[in-house]
Design a protein around this ligand. Structure first.
Ligand SMILES: Nc1ncnc2c1ncn2[C@@H]1O[C@H](COP(=O)(O)OP(=O)(O)O)[C@@H](O)[C@H]1O
Ligand SMILES: [Mg+2]
Length: 462
């Protein structure tokens, strides 16, 4: 503060006594607890502001304009006519006599179902999903933090839900940002994917023990955790969200415990295929039939949870900004993916070859890097260079930086939860366009992949 005149830079002439006076005592480990408590109180205060009387987060309403512009491909006049002819359909609420009609997302879904059955067969009222094929798992990962993993995964989940897909979101990041976005309640690790992984291990151990007994060896003990996990299914950890067609498996700080527990289990039973844990559990518990798309948000690290999520994924999206540092570290992330999965394959296949068994080979339907927070005025050159080197691996759409994300308010997670009346309509349309285009690029992948699967299932040659 102590500057002699107004012109010298702020770091000159700091008075040591004045600096001391505002310093405060040193921090102890207890000090962290007090800071954490203050943050929790502040967070709860913020979180409570957007909640309704029952302490639940509620999703905004959707206007006739938005529905006919973005959600159901019909003209406004026709939409109104169909509602009038069908008094049993949701009629919407208006704030003023004769004013615009507003609908809940649940009502929008009912209306879409009506148009899908009664409306023109030429129009896409329901998004494509081939019958009889399982849900697609999509992991959003990069070991760098702040690149837009959670925002991208959350927006994709919401756009897919608005588009009519049934979505499950799985938070693998113990920081729980995705869980906060969907207002999930997770008391401890038992409300996360942890029991699913534990159950997979416990099941393996039981099978292993059977062969041990057959060989006359002593079985390995199953501890309380494993016995408890054997009682739980994916449905026990799935919670509904304020989106009628998005459910959540949340995360919480204790999930980090899995990073220590998984290697211990793996040491105890070398034959446990931990990379199959999530897929197997979700498949066996019927989740891949009950949902269309499962989004996995991952922590900024290549730990066991991320490996599990990546191995489970059919589609891998790797968000990164168009900056030198993010391009550089993303290159190293792909390098780590290669060495991690190649070394798992090698470890498995030595044994498989010796026993004449089928070899393990990981495969992803599609892997795409996605440019996020793009600033066309500053980053066009770098983005073009990235495009030149990455080719088809880089998704063609660059997701623009938009103020709508940060600005939308404490309880509103991004563009799809924001009420367009809070913004200049043009700003809104432009911000929404870039996320709609991010979703469109993703949906093209998804549909292409499902089609390839459908051809294969039908015995085609593709
Ligand atoms: N397209 C975007 N425009 C503006 N800000 C964005 C955009 N995407 C992400 N952000 C912001 O960037 C920050 C990091 O994003 P986040 O999704 O949390 O990254 P990660 O999950 O990789 O750590 C957040 O503050 C988020 O609001
Ligand atoms: Mg994140």
């Amino acid at each position: 503060m102590a500057r002699d005149d107004g012109t010298s830079p702020p770091y000159f002439n700091i008075d040591p006594e004045a600096a001391l006076a505002e310093l405060g005592p040193p921090t102890t480990s207890e000090g962290f607890a007090r800071i954490a408590e203050a943050c929790t109180r502040g967070r709860d205060d913020l979180a409570s502001r957007g909640l309704n009387e029952e302490g639940k987060k509620s999703l905004r309403l959707f206007s006739t304009w938005e529905i006919t512009r973005y959600l159901i491909p019909v003209a406004q006049a026709h939409f109104r006519r169909v509602l009038k002819q069908n008094p049993d359909l949701p009629q919407g609420l208006s704030e003023t006599e004769g004013g615009a009609k507003w609908f809940t997302l649940d009502e929008v879904l009912k209306l879409r179902a009506h148009f899908a059955t009664e409306g023109s067969k030429a129009k896409e009222y329901r998004p494509y999903r081939p019958e009889g094929l399982p849900a697609k798992l999509v992991a959003v990962a990069n070991f760098k933090g702040g690149v837009g993993k959670t925002s991208t995964a959350a927006h994709l989940a919401m756009s897919a839900a608005l588009d009519g897909y049934k979505v499950l979101v799985i938070d693998l990041d113990s920081q729980g940002s995705m869980t906060s976005i969907f207002n999930g309640r997770v008391a401890d690790e038992w409300g996360t994917v942890f029991p699913l992984i534990a159950r997979h291990y416990a099941t393996h151990l039981r099978r292993e023990n059977q062969s041990r007994l057959d060989r006359g060896e002593a079985p390995l003990p199953l501890d309380d955790t494993l016995n408890e996990a054997l009682k739980l299914t994916a449905r026990d950890v799935i919670q509904p969200t304020h989106w009628p067609n998005i459910d959540l498996i949340g995360a919480q700080l204790n999930l980090y415990w899995a990073e220590f527990q998984i290697p211990v289990w793996r040491m105890q039973a070398r034959g446990w295929k931990l990379w199959d844990a999530l897929t197997d559990r979700l498949a066996e518990d019927g989740i891949l039939d009950a949902y269309d798309i499962v989004f996995l948000d991952t922590p900024p690290a290549l730990g066991y949870l991320t490996i599990n999520g990546l191995a489970a994924a059919d589609i891998l999206l790797v968000p990164l900004g168009a900056s030198f540092l993010e391009f550089d570290s993303t290159g190293r992330f792909f390098d780590m993916l290669h060495s991690t999965f190649a070394s798992i394959e090698e470890g498995e296949n030595m044994a498989a070859r010796a026993l004449g068994r089928e070899e393990l080979a990981f495969e992803w339907d599609a892997v795409r890097a996605v440019i996020t927070r793009y600033d066309g005025a500053q980053q066009a050159e770098l983005a073009a260079l990235m495009q030149a080197y990455l080719g088809r691996t880089l998704s063609p759409h660059r997701q623009d930086f938009t103020a709508l994300i940060g600005q939308a308010g404490e309880q509103v997670a991004g563009i799809y939860e924001a009420d367009y009346r809070d913004f200049n309509r043009e700003t809104y349309v432009r911000g929404r366009e870039t996320f709609d285009a991010t979703y469109a690029a993703f949906k093209r992948l998804l549909i292409g992949i499902w089609r390839r699967d459908a051809h294969r299932a039908a015995g085609g040659l593709l």
